[in-house]
Design a protein around this ligand. Structure first.
Ligand code: SF4
Length: 231
């Protein structure tokens, strides 16, 4: 698998926020969100190929139960299946972080799905690369069938990145297609790549989340480490 980094830290988002975990970050993504907080896995992907056996060995060396397979988009990589199978067999709790645009039968303890809204448009990056990606991004970012299969395959949470209050209507419309999903599985997170952005959006989004019956999630990797790589 092509891997950007493997490191131990604390989960920053969603229901396991605060949990010590090993992060296996794959590189390569089929989307180009303008606000991507790991551009070294998307806009400028970097990292070597690493075998599943080597990854399992690296992960086990940390001696930590929770593993987060993230990206980039980890489900683009066929080896996500044997990696997750082996980590689960070794007794780990495996969370897969995905945008929900591609299905692969990778087993997980928790499927953490972050569907991308219209607010993710690459055009806001303002580069020639962004213009090239816009059409593909828009065609790819929302895939109801894939999300249905991911939700059916494992325990799950849905996490939405909120940039402006106007995004909330889009989330409500989106979730109308999923009436069976209870509010406690739905997390709203501020769009932020810096502590300042996180603080500014957290102020109003926490109250709006409660009002709508969803959970609010901060992003502790930004609050604590200002989005420093590998933390
Ligand atoms: S889906 Fe995730 S990794 Fe891919 S570009 Fe968007 S934020 Fe970055």
């Amino acid at each position: 698998m092509r891997i950007a980094e493997v490191y131990a830290s604390i989960q920053g988002e969603g229901q396991f926020a605060g949990t010590p975990s090993v992060f296996v970050r794959t590189t390569g993504c089929n989307l180009r969100c303008w606000f991507c907080d790991t551009p070294f896995t998307s806009w400028k992907p970097e990292g070597p190929q690493v075998s599943v056996a080597d990854l399992v060995q690296q992960v086990d060396a940390f001696g930590i139960e929770h593993i987060v397979l993230t990206g980039g988009e980890p489900l683009l990589q066929p080896d996500s299946v044997p990696l997750c199978e082996q980590l689960l067999a070794a007794g780990h709790f495996v969370t897969i972080e995905t945008a929900g645009t591609v299905f692969r039968p990778a087993p997980a303890s928790l499927m953490s799905i972050s569907p991308k809204l219209a607010n993710s448009s690459p055009l806001r990056a303002g580069s020639a690369d962004a213009i090239r990606w816009q059409e593909r991004h828009e065609q790819t970012r929302s895939n109801h069938d894939v999300i249905a299969r991911l939700i059916a395959a494992a325990e799950f949470q849905l996490k939405f990145v909120v940039d402006e209050s106007s995004d909330l209507a889009e989330i409500t419309d989106y979730l109308a297609a999923w009436p069976q999903v209870p509010g406690h599985r739905i997390w709203l997170m501020p769009q932020a790549r810096t502590r300042e952005e996180l603080a500014a959006r957290s102020n109003w989004l926490e109250a709006e989340s409660a009002h709508l019956g969803y959970r609010f999630s901060s992003r502790w990797q930004i609050a604590e480490f200002d989005n420093a790589r590998g933390k």
